[in-house]
Design a protein around this ligand. Sequence first.
Ligand SMILES: Cc1ncc(COP(=O)(O)O)c(C=O)c1O
Length: 409
Amino acid sequence: MDYNAALDQAIGKLHEEGRYRTFIDIERRKGSYPHATWTRPDGTESQITVWCGNDYLGMGQHPVVLAAMHEALDATGAGSGGTRNISGTTVYHKRLEAELADLHGKQSALVFSSAYIANDATLSTLRKLFPGLIIYSDTLNHASMIEGIKRGEGAKRIFRHNDVAHLRELLEADDPEAPKLIAFESIYSMDGDFGPIAEICDLADEFNALTYLDEVHAVGMYGPHGGGVAERDGLLDRIDIFNGTLGKAFGVFGGYIAASAKMCDAVRSYAPGFIFTTSLPPAVAAGAAASIAFLKTAEGQLLRDQQQLNARILKMRLRGLGMPIMDHGSHIVPVHVGNPVHCKALSDMLLADFGIYVQPINFPTVPRGTERLRFTPSPVHSPKEIDALVKAMDALWSMCKLNRSANVA
Ligand SMILES: Cc1ncc(COP(=O)(O)O)c(C=O)c1O
């Protein structure tokens, strides 16, 4: 085989389709998020405003988080030095898991290297724990769930996005005695829409299925203690396994599940993605625990309120200009473009001409024809920055003669 030719072909295909991904080189400035320094390919620098980060509340620069990280770093050094089983469990990991269990009203939690790994490792391990398990998965579930569900033996059923009638049909068609699990998300981050948690839990009760809820984009953001949409809606006890990240609203790094003590114990004991890998650095665990604890407080609620307010203001102003925003009432503000080349061009112009950084979202992250710009307002975006973004979008929409007609569902 001509390996280089195969690589050229694979990469060339992405260029042809206008969806070759480029990383831009940015350095966030602690204390002045959402500002960052952009280093162009020619080495020149300019100041930009980041509008597509998932550090939704700016916790990545919060003094409480940084103090906890400094303290742990100074106390213990850099890495954990081992897997959880072999010298990699510290007081910081234990504290973090206790915070997480409390956050979700569960007996236990288990921390992984990322939420991606937590999804992949847990879902694939559940197949081993419950032989013959049938997994029912929303068609828009994140890649990490899909990977975990695909691995191992056992059936999978894909239900149409948020379609509980379709889910019921699939459940009814299977053996009532077969073990079952329904995997879904509380917020689908590319559209910003919510999953029908209560209705899915009703079906799970009726068909004796376990529920697995990915709250990656909701933890820290919803509920009086930042426990996510299930906490906000009073549904914590109806979910068997929560999945969440420490890398978005909590502003640090890592992922986890929270569940019964028995469930966590079994996953801990059987999941290769948990067992055979170095545990989080203690400073990371300490920072994440401090962030979660802070976001449980009234001060944390103020950040959530400010974030929601900024999201509403941005949506209202873009809608006022006739921009095709996708508004499902969540904290995410996607603007539909519908063409990968236009989407990339708009993103490039926003960055080069206006100092506004928003990454184009193209296939396979979203279906072809639904390419979009996805804005993530935070409490650290000031009215001045919101104004600058709205004016830049207005100017580009006019210049490119883009659709101003309306809302996209
Ligand atoms: C729904 C969902 N689940 C899981 C993940 C993985 O999270 P992490 O970045 O912690 O790996 C993501 C990442 O964007 C996500 O959107």
